[in-house]
Design a protein around this ligand. Structure first.
Ligand SMILES: [Zn+2]
Length: 215
């Protein structure tokens, strides 16, 4: 149950480290203050699976965006700007990774070749509208199998389907057997979340309780 009591508990669970600042330049990739940037610490992976983040224009303006970080780590990943009036083209066999009602669980054999996995990137409301506009396009509509997430012990939000774009990419790569790239990407997302919390002057009392960068 979430109510005033829950909000009070959340407040108590955090402690101030140092004052938040909004004037310090941020890294354009990981989104943290430049002196906290950790981009150089992660290797770059070429992957068989091509990840495409279909990015809502509002998402592109945000200082923190997990898709940019993913493209730093995955040399074959890309960001394509979303346009409602002129949706970008994709191959007919591209996989749209979004939990629409008609989506079925993504199977490892579907990622055996050089699959293109398209992930809407924005708030969940924006991603929902993107998926709605694309509903008549010939995508393979897929969701991440929950068993995959559980086996990988990935921390998620209360709704297991509501994870950040980069986390979704990492889980798809894990399912494709591209484990090293998947793990490095997930570690980077987790590290970015940790540093962004520190920038805001807060750390969570539970270090395993990571934020969702998509929010
Ligand atoms: Zn950085």
């Amino acid at each position: 149950m979430v109510g005033n009591g829950g909000a009070a508990n959340l407040h108590v669970s955090m402690r101030r480290v140092y004052p938040a600042s909004y004037s310090i330049p941020r890294c354009q990739i990981c989104g943290v203050h430049e002196h906290l940037c950790f981009c150089a610490g992660f290797p770059v992976f070429a992957t068989r699976t091509r990840i495409v983040f279909l990015q809502h224009p509002q998402e592109a303006k945000k200082p923190t965006n997990s898709a940019r970080l993913a493209c730093r780590i995955l040399s074959d990943a890309s960001i394509v700007a979303w346009s409602r009036v002129d949706p970008p083209p994709f191959p007919d066999d591209a996989i749209l990774l979004y939990p629409s009602l008609d989506a079925t669980p993504l199977e490892p054999h579907e990622l055996a070749g050089s699959a293109t996995v398209v992930i809407p990137d924005g708030t969940w409301s924006q991603a929902s509208r993107i998926a709605s506009v694309l509903k008549n396009r010939p995508f393979l509509r897929r969701i991440l199998p929950l068993g995959n997430a559980t086996a990988w012990t990935v921390r998620q939000s209360d709704d297991p389907e509501r994870i950040s774009s980069a986390q979704a990419a990492a889980m798809a790569l894990h399912l494709a057997g591209e484990t090293e790239a998947a793990t490095s990407l997930y570690d980077a997302v987790r590290e970015a979340g940790r540093r962004i919390l520190a920038m805001r002057g807060m750390v969570r009392s539970d270090p395993e309780d990571e934020p969702d960068l998509a929010s």
